[in-house]
Design a protein around this ligand. Structure first.
Ligand code: 8OZ
Length: 359
C-alpha cells in the first residue's frame, strides 16, 4: 500500500496529487524588472509532481524587496511573467501557490527606491546579511513605520493576493516567518513600538491578523496559507516567550480561517531543536485547518509525522532544489541528488534546471 503521504489530498477546493509540498525557495534569478525568468517556468514545471508548489517569496511592493533579483508581484509585467510559470506548472499537472513577501528591515539601500532606508516596526538594525550579487553583505539601518503607513502595507499584501490570482496561481502563502516584516512585528527582539502594534502579544500579532484577513477577504480563505517560524533567532529576529505569542497567533488564524499553516519547526534550514523550547503540538491543537510541517525532515520523518497525526502535509526545501522528481524518489526509496550550495543564489540554469530526474 502506498503511504498516505503519496495519496491524493484535498486542500480547500483543490485536489492535490499527494501531501508533499515544495517549500518556497529564494533563488535570485529574476529577469529585468524583477520578473520571473523564462527558466523559472521550466524549473517549476520540472517539480510539478509535488502535491503543491509554493513558489519563492515575491515582494508585494518595491519597498518589500530585500535581496537582488527576487521576483515581484506588484507590476503588470511581473503578473504577465508569472502567468507563463503558472501555465507551465498547470500543463504539467501541478498546483502552485505564490509566497507573498515583505522583507521589512532585512534589506539594503542599494535595492530600494531612491536609496530609501528599509522599513521596520522599530529603528533597530537586523543582525543579518542580504544577497547583493557578489555574495552576502550586512543589511542597512531601517526606519520605523508610522502607524499611518500600516494600512498601505496591508493593502500591498491584499493587492499581491489579487495579482497572484490574476497571474494564474491557485493561491498565496503569506510569509510571516524568518525575521521578515510580519515576523518582525510579532517578535519582541525587533518590535519596540508603544502604539497599538507593539507591546502586548495581542498588539504584536495585529499585523499578521490584518494581513491574513485582508488576503482571505480578497481571494477567499481556501486560497490563503500562512507561514510561521516561532523559534529563533533567524535573520536576527527572536522572541523572549514564543509559546504564548504563537498560541495567540494560531488562535487568531483559527478565527480568520486560512486553509493552511506552514510551520517551520525549529530554526529554518538548521535544526529542529529550539531554545527556548517551542511546543509545536500545542500550537497545532489551536488551529483546525491543514497543518503543513517543515524543516530538516526526510522521507521517513515525513511519513512518521503523518502516521502520528503531527501533520497533514509536509514540505521540503533543499531536497526539492536538487531533486525535481523528489516525490517519486521518496515514494520508491530511491537515492537523492546532493545539493550544490555554490549555485543556490543567482546565476542561470546551472544548479537550477539541470538537476537530473531519474530515467
Ligand atoms: C535564503 C536566502 C534569501 C531569502 C527566507 C526568503 O528565509 C527567505 C530567504 C532564504 O524565508
Amino acid at each position: 500500500m502506498t503511504h498516505p503521504l503519496f495519496q491524493k489530498f484535498r486542500l480547500g477546493q483543490l485536489e492535490l496529487a499527494n501531501r508533499v509540498a515544495m517549500a518556497p525557495l529564494t533563488r535570485n534569478r529574476a529577469a529585468a524588472g524583477n520578473r520571473a525568468a523564462s527558466l523559472t517556468a521550466e524549473y517549476y514545471a520540472q517539480r510539478a509532481s509535488a502535491g503543491l508548489i509554493v513558489a519563492e517569496g515575491s515582494q508585494v511592493s518595491p519597498m518589500g524587496q530585500g535581496y537582488l533579483a527576487t521576483p515581484g508581484i506588484h507590476s503588470p509585467e511581473q503578473v504577465a511573467a508569472w502567468k507563463v510559470v503558472t501555465d507551465s506548472v498547470h500543463e504539467a499537472g501541478g498546483h502552485i501557490f505564490l509566497q507573498l513577501w515583505h522583507v521589512g528591515r532585512v534589506s539594503h539601500v542599494s535595492l530600494l527606491p531612491g536609496g530609501a532606508a528599509p522599513l521596520a516596526p522599530s529603528a533597530v538594525t537586523a543582525n543579518t546579511k542580504t544577497y547583493l550579487g557578489q555574495g552576502f553583505e550586512p543589511v542597512s539601518a531601517p526606519r520605523a513605520l508610522e502607524v499611518s503607513e500600516i494600512p498601505g502595507i496591508i493593502d500591498d499584501f491584499r493587492r499581491g493576493a489579487a495579482n497572484a490570482l490574476a497571474a494564474g496561481f491557485d493561491g498565496v502563502e503569506i510569509h510571516a516567518a524568518n525575521g521578515y516584516l510580519i515576523d518582525q512585528f510579532m517578535k519582541d527582539g525587533a518590535n519596540m513600538r508603544t502604539d497599538s502594534y507593539g507591546g502586548s502579544i495581542d498588539n504584536r500579532t495585529r499585523l499578521l491578523a490584518e494581513v491574513a484577513a485582508a488576503a482571505c477577504a480578497e481571494i477567499g480563505r481556501d486560497r490563503v496559507g500562512v507561514r510561521l517560524s516561532p523559534a529563533g533567532p533567524i535573520n536576527g529576529c527572536a522572541d523572549s516567550a514564543p509559546q504564548a505569542l504563537f498560541e495567540l497567533a494560531m488562535d487568531k488564524l483559527e478565527a480568520i480561517g486560512p486553509v493552511y499553516v506552514h510551520m517551520i519547526e525549529g530554526i529554518t534550514g538548521q535544526t529542529r531543536d529550539t531554545n527556548p523550547v517551542v511546543d509545536f503540538a500545542a500550537l497545532r491543537k489551536r488551529y483546525s485547518g491543514v497543518y503543513m510541517a517543515n524543516n530538516c525532515l526526510d522521507g521517513a520523518a515525513a511519513q512518521a509525522a503523518l502516521d502520528d497525526g503531527r501533520a497533514d502535509m509536509v514540505s521540503f526545501g533543499r531536497a526539492f532544489i536538487a531533486n525535481p522528481d523528489l516525490v517519486r524518489r521518496l515514494r520508491d526509496g530511491e537515492p537523492l541528488n546532493q545539493l550544490d550550495r555554490a549555485t543556490l543564489y543567482g546565476g542561470g540554469a546551472q544548479g537550477y534546471t539541470d538537476y537530473p530526474a531519474l530515467p
